[in-house]
Design a protein around this ligand. Structure first.
Ligand code: PBG
Length: 330
């Protein structure tokens, strides 16, 4: 008499050792990139209230945090600058002594080559109007004059030692333009990370506080509409054609379909950014005792990897890498 059911998927789930051996996806510390905020004019680090556990670093607290990330085996850090002064064209972004560029030198020095120091290339932290580009007379974000600012920024960031420049402004042609500018300035070895499928998302909320954003309005004329998956793939194709070394989908958790489709076809590495709001909502639920922080943070990042990300930017990078290193999670 045949037993039923003969096919029993539960066999492989029976013990922790079997589950470990048959896991299809594993996180590794080197898969993780830590976004870091460096703020001008502070001596001590200050916690960002909308992102509990995430700091505004000072130039003096930055090295230690970079060393901790490196010691945990984190693959890279992504630096954001929070300047004291902002103006219409974001002058601080292209000042070699501006906070982001100084922080880059400090981080490169601290990292000692153990992890990749990356920089965010966008104007929103530096403009008084808070947009990612410069404005035309009618108040719209002017694509092509913004490209000129991005090109200058790229060269200054490369000169400060950034090894991988994260193009997050969503201007048309930004990858090709920055690539040419870098090559012309002798920085052909500086790599470009394209925030290709970057969506206009409500989940950026906590980040806006983190960079003291003054934005009035929204970014919908340049960031993608949440409704559009195909358009995200088109942006990925364009960026690869323009010379992107890595493409990215952002945010991550609400866009896993776009991530999976990108991963299925991309010929360059595919990354994802688990953004501030994704972090903050899990932190908040955990602080209320509604979910377990360790389990939920791990599961969320593992899911992003399972969907196809080769590496993940996450504010939990150092914590997760440390737990992975200690064998607390696989
Ligand atoms: C642009 C930039 C943003 C983020 C990363 N780069 C903000 C935005 O586009 O509004 C968001 C990151 C996060 O929310 O964690 N400089």
């Amino acid at each position: 008499m045949s037993e039923f059911p003969r096919v029993r998927p539960r066999r492989l789930r029976a013990t922790p050792a079997l589950r470990r051996l048959t896991a299809e996806t594993r996180l590794h510390p080197a898969d993780l990139v830590l976004p870091m905020f460096v703020r001008e004019g502070i001596d001590e680090p200050v916690e960002i209230s909308s992102m509990p556990g995430v700091m505004h670093h000072s130039l003096s607290s930055l090295p230690r945090a970079v060393e901790e990330a490196a010691a945990a085996g984190v693959g890279g850090v992504m630096l954001f600058g929070v300047p004291l002064e902002k103006d219409a064209i974001g002058s601080g972004a292209t000042d070699p002594d501006g906070i982001l560029n100084v922080a880059t030198r400090v981080a490169v020095d601290a990292a000692q080559g153990a992890l990749v120091v990356q920089t965010d290339l966008c104007l929103d932290e530096f403009t008084d109007h808070g947009h990612c580009g410069v404005l035309a007379a009618d108040g719209s974000v002017d694509n092509d004059s913004t490209l000129e600012r991005y090109d200058e920024m790229a060269v200054v960031q490369a000169e400060a030692g950034s090894q991988l420049i994260g193009m997050s402004g969503m201007m048309d042609g930004q990858i090709g333009s920055a690539r040419d500018a870098l090559d012309d300035a002798g920085h052909s070895n500086t790599a470009l990370l394209a925030y290709s499928a970057k969506y206009a998302s409500a989940f950026y909320g906590p980040f806006r506080e983190a960079v003291q954003s003054t934005l009035v309005g929204d970014r919908r004329t340049y960031q993608l509409d949440a409704a559009n998956g195909r358009e995200g793939l088109r942006e990925v194709d364009l960026d690869i054609a323009e010379g992107a070394d890595i493409v990215m989908v952002k945010p991550a958790m609400s866009y896993l379909d776009v991530l999976a489709e990108t991963a299925a076809t991309s010929t360059v590495p595919v990354w994802a950014y688990q953004i501030s709001g994704e972090y903050a909502m899990i932190q908040a639920a955990a602080a209320n005792g509604w979910i377990d922080l360790d389990a939920a943070s791990y599961e969320s990042v593992l899911s992003i990897k399972r969907a196809g990300a080769d590496a993940i930017l996450t504010y939990w990078a150092t914590e997760l890498a440390t737990r992975l290193q200690k064998g607390l999670i696989r």
